[in-house]
Design a protein around this ligand. Structure first.
Ligand code: PHE
Length: 341
């Protein structure tokens, strides 16, 4: 009797191993488990029920073997259940999933990089970094900057006017922020104001209707041209290298007196003369000058007590020189070949 039962146990165990390994789903595995260990009809349970009919000796041997097999079957069931979960459940790697294209990473626009670079340079020197509206009033863009309505200087900066709003213009420069800053903060004052500007221009490699400037202004007691030149020199050297030199030549801007053109030694030839600088060795990059007393007055500042300088390089032009970009139209073209470099 007990020998028969031991054989039966071995048979049950062999079948159990096959059935467990062959189960592919939770449901299949569960029915295998019921067939083996189910309380009513489980094949192993059936053998265990017979134990009570055996003599003491057989009870011990068959009982020990039956319990051992039961434990092994339970651990085989648990292992297979984990395998099935790993293959089909949450967290599974589905190797049939189509491969996604490699992600494309964006990069900062060259204008943004040049703007942040210069803003940080001036912030470190204690300048405020300010903002102003792109849709300006005629007052801030022209009037307060000493450019009255009938003045020929208006022709220098032709812009876009807004239909039905004769006093609104798309700002032609960032100099309007000078007035806004004077009115808001008074003197003494040191600020820069990067921003987008607009002009009614025919476009070519050097001209765009939409471009960026980087206004700067310092107002205080006894501010002189030396301060302006020193400031421009350190800015130019920061941008183009320590050997860069600056020279100032007279130029008319209605809102500065004297007005000047700041030139830097050519960023390509270093001053020898090349195509970029048209053989002169110098590049004109910065309109600048000492703030006109009328402009200080328009901003609510007493020109007898305070003086100041202002400068307004084209941020777009600086980015072109810094990054070697030869066509200004690239900046607004949205061409990925250009932007992805
Ligand atoms: N706003 C002038 C321009 O757009 C540049 C400038 C700024 C000149 C500040 C003098 C002082 O051309």
């Amino acid at each position: 009797m007990s020998v028969d039962l031991l054989k039966q146990l071995d048979g049950v165990f062999a079948d159990a191993r096959g059935a467990i390994a062959g189960s592919k789903t939770d449901v299949e595995l569960e029915s295998v488990e019921i067939d083996l260990l189910g309380r009513k009809q489980g094949s192993l349970t059936g053998i265990l029920k017979l134990l009570s009919t055996l003599d003491d000796e057989s009870k011990r041997t068959v009982g020990a073997r039956a319990n051992q097999i039961k434990t092994e079957i339970e651990s085989l069931l648990a292992a297979r259940r984990a395998e099935i979960a790993a293959l089909s459940g949450a967290g599974a790697i589905d190797i049939s999933e189509p491969v996604l294209p490699a992600p494309e990473y964006g990069a900062l626009h060259p204008i943004t990089m040049a703007c942040e670079d210069l803003s940080n340079f001036f912030r470190a020197k204690g300048f405020l970094v300010l903002d102003g509206p792109e849709l300006e009033s005629d007052f801030y863009n022209f009037e307060a900057l000493n450019i009255p309505a009938d003045h020929p200087a208006r022709d220098m900066q032709d812009t876009f006017y807004i239909k039905d709003h004769p006093t609104w213009v798309m700002r032609t420069h960032t100099s309007c922020v000078q007035i806004r800053a004077m009115m808001k903060y008074g003197a003494p004052l040191a600020m820069v104001a990067p921003g987008r500007c607009f002009r009614n221009e025919a476009t070519d490699v050097r001209h765009e209707h939409t471009f960026f400037q980087f206004e700067g202004m310092v107002i205080g007691e006894n501010i002189t041209i030396q301060h302006l030149k020193g400031m421009l020199e350190s800015m130019a050297q920061h941008l183009f290298g320590v050997n860069t030199k600056v020279r100032l030549r007279p130029k008319f801007y209605p809102f500065v007196e004297p007005g000047m053109n700041g030139e830097v030694t050519c960023t390509i030839c270093g001053g020898v003369g090349c195509k970029l600088c048209k053989g002169t060795g110098w590049l004109e990059i910065i309109g600048c000058g000492m703030i006109h007393p009328e402009v200080l007055r328009a901003g609510g500042i007493d020109p007898k007590k305070y003086s100041g300088f202002a400068f307004g390089p084209g941020l777009t032009r600086m980015a072109m020189l810094k990054y070697g970009i030869d066509d200004v139209r690239e900046f607004n073209a949205g061409d990925l070949n250009f932007l992805q470099q």
